[in-house]
Design a binder for this molecule. Structure first.
Ligand code: 13P
Length: 252
């Protein structure tokens, strides 16, 4: 089974969100793959209602949370508020959070802990910039980002997902080759294995993200150690998102 997730970033308001669900071909749920959508926080309620019974098989999440449970943090959303609004997952450390908003590893550590405290499944995003790739620092960067989030993972058997999203492949039309993705995913899997044992590490889905489209999804998802995809732009259209789900083929 693959995990196919859509990060809507700062797109699709409540009205458009209802339209997405209305137009989404729910027969793709029969493929048995796990689907998750990350609407903007303001559209989460609309997504929760629009999903209704018919498409209950689609998980919902938020794109970011604050590490505190409550307080004077204007503009922020806490893990308990997100959970109360219907979120089951939280993206943490997305490259736009890190590179546009200056989020640090220390903050991702605290956000992962907050998600776990409130029953949200963390989806930790890691990935190197083009300069870091050119300098041969891919493994160093992604392992540092992963280590920051491992925390108490070794003692708690709670669900956890990782998304490898090379910064240079996000929104650029550039996609990592299946071999690039496989190599980075193998590095992450080996570290997870050291931290929590091979059996549990094999149960942590590692998704690839960065310019995933219906045309390239199949070969990316067929790559070794790639357990699914985290899709930005191509997840905004219900037809292309459904096409990506179909590209995952029959669950392995
Ligand atoms: P694009 O698919 O638009 O490149 O975005 C990838 C991404 O950042 C998903 O979180």
């Amino acid at each position: 089974m693959a995990v196919i997730a859509g990060n809507w970033k700062m797109h699709l308001g409540p009205h458009e969100t209802r339209g997405f669900f209305k137009d989404f071909d729910t027969s793709v749920l029969e493929t048995g793959h796990e689907l998750i959508l990350f609407p903007s926080t303001a559209s989460l309620g609309a997504a929760f209602l629009a999903r209704g019974e018919a498409v209950k098989g689609i998980g919902l999440g938020v794109q970011n949370i604050h590490w505190e449970d409550a307080g004077a943090f204007t503009g922020e959303t806490s893990a308990p508020i997100a959970a109360n609004a219907g979120a089951e997952f939280a993206l943490i450390g997305h490259s736009e959070r890190r590179h546009v908003f200056g989020e640090t590893d220390e903050e991702t550590t605290r956000k992962v802990a907050a998600a776990r405290r409130h029953g949200l499944v963390p989806v930790l995003c890691v990935g190197e910039t083009l300069a870091e790739r050119r300098a041969g620092r891919v493994d160093e960067v992604i392992l540092r980002q992963l280590d920051a989030a491992l925390g108490d993972l070794d003692v708690e058997d709670k669900r956890f997902l990782v998304a490898y999203e090379p910064v240079w492949a996000i929104g650029t039309g550039e996609t990592a080759t299946p071999d690039d993705a496989s190599a980075a995913h193998a590095t992450l899997r080996a570290r997870l294995s050291d931290a929590v044992g091979a059996e549990r590490a094999s149960r942590v889905p590692i998704l690839y993200g960065g310019s995933v489209k219906p045309e390239n999804a199949e070969e990316l998802m067929a790559a070794e150690n790639v357990d699914g995809v985290l899709v930005g732009g191509a997840s905004l259209d219900p037809v292309s998102f459904a096409a990506i789900v179909r590209a995952a083929g029959k669950p392995r």
